[in-house]
Write a protein that binds this ligand. Structure first.
Ligand code: AHG
Ligand code: MN
Ligand code: MN
Length: 280
């Protein structure tokens, strides 16, 4: 497992350079989710694949930017699913973005996840990895990730990150969000799930929601490489992650690019979500 985390660290340093100095324009390809890939999405995907090809414990990889899973080492133990560059359309406005990794064993159901890692490319580069606990690392001037601290969520937070277009929200979702704001929660939402969730984790808690909408009844965020890894991080940090009715990590995707409505937060906020959604 350490070799996989080392490969992610090496890829992160290269991706950071690509973000800073390479072409931020669009390519001519459309990925499985229907997004036109940026040249940076493709470059980041290749950087990660190259690093993972050196790690013999990785059996196969699943990427947001590849239509199918790809076999790397037939005798490997792990399947690594990743979003090479999450929030990549925010590069041109110079906001923070990230990479997300889920490391699975035996299959790619939520219950097969054994480790989750994400990297934030912001003013500083940080990496969060799960072991028994959730650890924050920061890239230093020598190109090494050094441990900063363990991340632990409070029972209740103060931030509310409200995803998806409001026009498409269900009335009961709007009611839930309005009630949370009425309790004094502050809006914090950039449109990049990595920095938005990172902020909630580091500021002690709150709620991030990306619900079903009229035009996307199964939500937007992808289970294997966006939703499951963050669900794992939030649970390990002492919080919770649900689809509105049940734990996200109990879901069993039928296809590698499947999506789900999702809610991540500290326990108090997630209980509120479950209470409101149980009525519908
Ligand atoms: P990606 O850049 O990998 O396609 O994903 C972006 C995601 C996520 O970071 C964010 O929370 C969400 O898309 C925002 O989507 P909308 O602005 O379409 O609601
Ligand atoms: Mn993404
Ligand atoms: Mn992406």
């Amino acid at each position: 497992m350490q070799k996989i985390i080392d490969a992610i660290s090496a890829a992160a340093v290269k991706i950071k350079k690509a973000i800073e100095f390479s072409d931020t324009g669009y390519s001519e390809h459309i990925n499985k989710t229907g997004d036109t890939q940026l040249k940076l999405d493709i470059a980041s995907d290749l950087i990660i694949e190259e690093e993972f090809a050196k790690v013999s414990s990785i059996k196969s990889i699943v990427s947001e930017e590849k239509d199918e899973a790809k076999l790397l080492h037939a005798n490997g133990r792990y399947i690594v699913a990743y979003d090479p560059l999450d929030g990549s359309s925010l590069v041109d406005v110079n906001l923070s973005i990230g990479s997300i990794f889920g490391i699975y064993e035996n299959g790619t159901n939520g219950s097969d996840l054994v480790c989750a890692v994400y990297v934030v490319y912001g003013p500083r580069v940080e990496m969060v990895a799960t072991d028994k606990e959730v650890t924050l690392f920061r890239l230093n001037q020598n190109g090494k990730f050094v441990k900063i601290k363990e991340i632990k969520l409070n029972e209740k937070g103060k931030l509310n990150a409200t995803g998806a277009t409001q026009k498409g929200w269900a009335a009961y979702h709007k009611k839930l969000i309005d009630e949370i704001f009425a309790e004094g929660y502050r809006l914090r939402y950039s449109g990049g799930m990595v920095p938005d969730l990172h902020q909630i984790l580091l500021k002690g808690g709150g709620l991030f929601s990306y619900p079903a909408t009229t035009d996307a009844p199964k939500g937007k965020l992808r289970l294997l490489f966006e939703v499951f890894p963050f669900a794992f991080v939030f649970e390990k940090a002492g919080g919770a992650a649900v689809d509105g009715k049940k734990r996200l990590l109990e879901l069993k995707p039928l296809h590698i690019h499947d999506t789900s409505p999702c809610f991540f937060g500290s326990n108090t906020e997630i209980k509120k979500v479950l209470n409101e959604y149980a009525k519908h």
